[in-house]
Every structure is written in C-alpha cells, then in structure tokens.
Ligand binder design. Structure first.
Ligand code: C5P
Length: 334
C-alpha cells in the first residue's frame, strides 16, 4: 500500500486558470432585504483567463500574494485571492490530512491578464481559483455545499466560477444552474474603455431610476436560458445578439454613472455593424461572432478605428481582446 502523501511536503505548486466571464443577459428581479439584488443572468465563461499558482509556504505564518501583469489597485489584503484562501481555511476548520490544526500558510502568485474592474468577473474568478487551489494544496476535502458556502462568502459572482461552463445565475449569484446546450465556441470581442465604474454605484443608479427590472429583459433572459438548456449552435447564439445586447438591466444605469460609455457603444456598433452588449455593470462592451478568427478580425478593425480617432477617447485607448466562450461543461474534460 502506498503511504498517505503528506500534503505539507508537496513541492509543486497547484496551478489554476481563472477565466473571465461575460453576462449574455442580466435581469434585475428586485431588491433583497440584505441590500443586494436578486438576478436572473446567463453567464458565459471565456477562454481569456488569469493564471494562479498556489504553494504551501513551509516557513510562512501568513498567506502571501504576488501579482504580475496588470496593475491591481487597492490593498493586497483586500484581493479576492487572499480572501478565497481565507474562506477555504475557515471552511476546512482544521480538518485536513496534516490536521487537526490550522492549514499551513500559502504563497500565491497571480498572473493578471484580465482587465481589472471591467465587469469580466476577474477578481471573483481569482477568488474561486484561490479557494479551489488552496483546498488542493492542503489536500483538504470539502463537500459541495461547504464549497458553495465558502465561495458565496467571498463575493456574489464567485459561486459561478466554481463549476465552469455556461450557466444560469440566480439569487444574489449563489444559485448556479449549468446550461449544457451550447454547441461550438462562439467568438467574443471585448472592448474595455479605461473608465472606472463602481458596481454599487450602478446598482444605486438603477434603484434611483426604476423600481423594477424591465419585463422584456427578464423574458429575454428566461428564453435564452431555456434555449441554452436544450440545444443552441454558435451561429444561433450570434443570431440572437441583437436581443441579448439590450438584455441587461444595468446598462442604462452604467451609462448614467459613466456617460462617455454611451458614445463608445454607439461608435462600436457603427464601426462593426453589429449589436454591442455590456458585461455586468461594465465598462466592458462585447460583440459576438461565429468564431474566434472573426472576433480577431473585428479586434483589428476596432484597433484601427481607435487609432483613426473614430471611437471616443475616454482618457486613453481601450483594452481590446478577441477570445471565445469556453464551452467546457462541468464534469466534462476539454
Ligand atoms: O458581492 P460583491 O462584492 O461582488 O458585490 C459588489 C456590489 O454589487 C455589492 O456591494 C452590491 O452593491 C452590488 N450587488 C448587488 N446585488 C448582487 C450582486 C452585487 O446589489 N446580486
């Protein structure tokens, strides 16, 4: 019989990708007593991802985080990587192969490739990757329910990133239902203007301007969830882009908070001749294509338009990326 491996002696770091997401729809159903909002939203994970590695720090007393790549503002201690690890430790409660006793400190390294504060869920995805990476590094087992509770304690969007795959996200974000009907990997063009948009401010603007979400947005979201629960090709998804691009209840509120975004969206629609949607509370704008190569061609067109001055300048060039919806379903290997 093999001796039980001692996880504190694990030498190789655990490496996880932390994918971005876009919201194909986002219906705000209403305000909750806890101040958050109940949502009905179809989330799609993207190939574009941060990369996180996590290793046991034999001598360390505190978890550490080093970030390469994009600059992440704010104190390191607030980073969702450290909060994800802390939530994992609290949930394990000393019950791990090296226990009983606290799980050892971890050293995490994040290669930040996703734009920060963009509406792409990068921070939440990092938090989920950190939670799962920490459990793996410690060799700790947590049942699904405990994992879900720990993820939800880190942030509203973190639960979505636990499973992977296109999903319907409801409640505050903690109710995640996989939608396994997408066939193919649609291309996605992402344009992120350099404006800071505070999510709480967008929700506050939403509340100030309307009592309820738009019924049309809600029915578009429900309809898409139904279709993606059955069978929908990449081409059929792209054909619905016009409806989806206006199926975000936070879009008018985000345009109030960052008025310059309206002009960028209009200019992109003119330049690309396609519908342009907003991801989450923004500022990232998305356009769908049947394939990655078509999204890449569109990215080149937008880069030229930015250089030519036909896209409004909000204080610098936007981040532009071509990627695909990552169509790996939970439980299915790529
Ligand atoms: O949970 P998280 O920290 O990601 O949420 C950021 C902010 O977004 C919250 O403080 C809240 O203002 C708003 N929010 C909300 N309803 C949700 C998710 C987020 O009101 N379902």
């Amino acid at each position: 019989m093999n001796p039980t491996p001692d996880p504190t002696r694990r030498l190789t770091p655990v490496v996880r990708l932390a994918p971005a997401k876009i919201n194909l729809t986002l219906a705000v159903i209403g305000r909750r007593p806890d101040g958050f909002h109940d949502l009905h939203s179809v989330f799609a994970p993207l190939e574009l991802a941060d990369r996180l590695s996590v290793a046991i720090d034999q001598t360390g007393r505190q978890d550490r985080l080093h970030i390469d790549g994009e600059v992440v503002p704010g104190p390191l201690a607030d980073n969702l990587v450290l909060r994800g690890i802390a939530a994992g430790r609290a949930a394990v409660r000393g019950d791990w192969p090296g226990g009983p006793g606290p799980t050892p400190a971890l050293a995490a390294r994040l290669e930040k490739r996703l734009p920060v504060g963009a509406g792409l869920g990068g921070g939440s995805s990092d938090g989920a990757a950190a939670l799962l990476g920490a459990l793996e590094a410690w060799g700790a087992d947590l049942d699904d329910e405990a994992r879900r509770r720990a993820a939800a304690s880190v942030g509203s969007d973190v639960s979505f990133f636990l499973t992977g795959g296109v999903a319907l996200v409801e409640g505050r974000g903690e109710r995640v239902t996989p939608l396994t009907g997408l066939r193919g990997s649609p291309g996605v063009l992402l344009v992120t203007p350099p404006v800071h948009i505070s999510t709480p401010e967008v929700y506050a603007a939403f509340i100030a301007t309307r009592a309820d979400g738009d019924g049309n947005v809600r029915s578009s979201s429900m309809h898409l969830a139904q279709e993606l629960g059955k069978n929908l090709s990449a081409a059929d998804l792209v054909a619905r882009a016009g409806v989806l691009a206006s199926a975000n209840d936070l879009l008018p509120a985000a345009m109030l908070v960052a008025p310059g975004l309206l002009g960028v969206r209009r200019a992109l629609m003119r330049t690309l001749g396609r519908p342009v949607g907003l991801s989450g509370s923004g500022p990232t704008l998305w356009t769908l294509y049947p394939s990655q190569s078509e999204a890449e061609a569109a990215a080149a067109v937008v880069r030229a338009a930015v250089e030519g001055g036909s896209i409004p300048d909000l204080g610098g060039p936007p981040a532009i990326a071509a990627t695909t919806i990552s169509n790996v379903q939970p439980g299915r290997t790529p």
